[in-house]
Design a protein around this ligand. Structure first.
Ligand code: ZN
Length: 423
């Protein structure tokens, strides 16, 4: 495929407004594109106007690699803050700007074009590559949940997510200082030294693990009463405060940590109690987001919270209730990486960045959590052409990073299948 065509595909995807909705239009566009090159794809409709997409090349046999990207973007925020419309791709030298350029329309295009070019080359002769395009990654990961539940990841040996993993060279120290990612000290020293003299614009990483997360609500049920006779009621705010102190102690005393991912991160974000002055509040609640690690999995944390609540509910007038709204498991790889070394090998020439795709661990979540729930052994890697401008006004992708990432993935998959073919 010609370079101009590759760039046009990203621009076309940006021109489709898929901010938290309308992913069917992306699915239709890609379905048509795949069809031109003889690749069969199927839409998997989840809600009106919202479709996932699955496509496959190869002979249907192992080894099997999944390539996954999400079709939704976050909302553009205040559009007047954008230099140009978020829905029209604008090119300026090596920069292509537009909503989703980084997160992750360039990544989706990279995966699709990689499959098209491999198909044109008659590859893989033995083995399978499956594209998994999802809806609603940014809010609920329910596209990935549906595809996982339908078994699309059960037989995969490797699953790669082309989320943005690039960092501008001059932002590297700030990136690691921010706590966004963990890297071993020696690698960081080598990286910062190499960054001093590089001609590269960005350094890309492979995220080899990320935290899980959970959102939950704890509701305290009291009893309303006129504020002149509080003794007739039960103040739900008092009950919630008692619980909150105990919950804080529970998190402060956690012993588990992860060498790769660090500690469980507890963030009590919303407190609400009472409805009007002059009434004892009958209800109060707290909403929490917690980022989880494999050493203290979501299910075990839920057990401990439930146990705490059961204990407190033994006290007079205590009536607490736990509701888990969403639970996404942490993603890590327990066996040595088999596909990442191919990417790192080819990164040396295709990306030519200070280091060849160093592996790091990050706090943010991805669709990988949903697929990990169903497939505990596949190697799951996050690596893609975008950068940290994701979720910001004037989001952009480096055009050269995008084009080079296509070459990188084609070369790595070609090698992987020629080494691993089972005949
Ligand atoms: Zn994303």
């Amino acid at each position: 495929m010609k370079t101009a065509e590759k760039i046009r595909i990203v621009a076309d995807l940006i021109a489709i407004d898929s901010a938290n909705n309308h992913e069917e239009q992306i699915a239709d566009y890609l379905l048509k594109l795949f069809a031109i090159y003889g690749i069969k794809a199927s839409k998997i409709t989840q809600f009106p106007g919202r479709c996932n997409l699955v496509a496959e090349i190869g002979d249907g046999q192992a080894p099997k690699i999944g390539l996954s990207g999400h079709f939704d973007t976050v909302s553009p925020g205040d559009e007047t803050q954008w230099t140009t419309s978020p829905y029209s791709a604008v090119i300026d030298a090596d920069t292509l700007r537009g909503l989703g350029a980084s997160d992750m329309k360039a990544g989706v295009a990279q995966l699709v074009i990689t499959m098209i070019e491999l198909k044109q080359a008659g590859l893989p002769r033995h083995g399978t590559i499956r594209f998994l395009g999802t809806i609603s990654e940014e809010l609920t990961e329910e596209g990935a949940r549906l595809l996982a539940d339908q078994g699309y990841a059960d037989d995969l040996d490797v699953l790669l997510f082309a989320e943005p993993t690039g960092v501008a060279i001059d932002q590297l120290p700030a990136y690691f200082d921010s706590g966004a990612a963990r890297i071993d000290h020696n690698t960081l020293d080598a990286l910062l030294a190499a960054a001093e003299t590089t001609q590269a614009r960005e350094q890309h990483f492979i995220f080899q693990s990320h935290k899980g997360w959970m959102t939950y609500t704890v509701t305290a049920h009291g009893k309303a009463a006129h504020s002149s006779m509080p003794g007739l009621g039960i103040n739900a705010v008092d009950c919630l405060i008692t619980y909150y102190q105990a919950e804080k102690a529970l998190y402060a005393n956690l012993m588990e940590t992860s060498a790769e991912l660090g500690a469980t991160i507890y963030a009590p974000d919303i407190f609400h109690g009472g409805t009007q002055v002059n009434s004892i509040p009958a209800i109060a609640y707290e909403q929490v987001k917690v980022r989880t690690i494999p050493e203290l999995p979501n299910s075990e944390l839920i057990n401990r919270l439930s146990h705490l609540i059961d204990e407190l509910n033994q006290q007079p007038d205590m009536n607490l209730e736990l509701t888990v709204e969403q639970s996404e498991v942490p993603v890590a790889n327990s066996t040595p990486l088999t596909f990442a070394p191919f990417l790192q090998h080819h990164a040396h020439t295709t990306l030519a960045e200070p280091l060849d795709l160093p592996t790091i661990s990050v706090s943010l979540g991805t669709d990988a959590s949903e697929f990990r729930r169903r497939n505990s052994t596949a190697e799951m890697l996050v690596v893609g052409p975008g950068n940290t401008s994701a979720h910001q006004v004037d989001e952009f992708v480096s055009i050269s990073a995008y084009l080079n990432m296509i070459e990188l993935l084609i070369a790595s998959l070609t090698d992987y299948f020629s080494v691993n073919q089972k005949d």
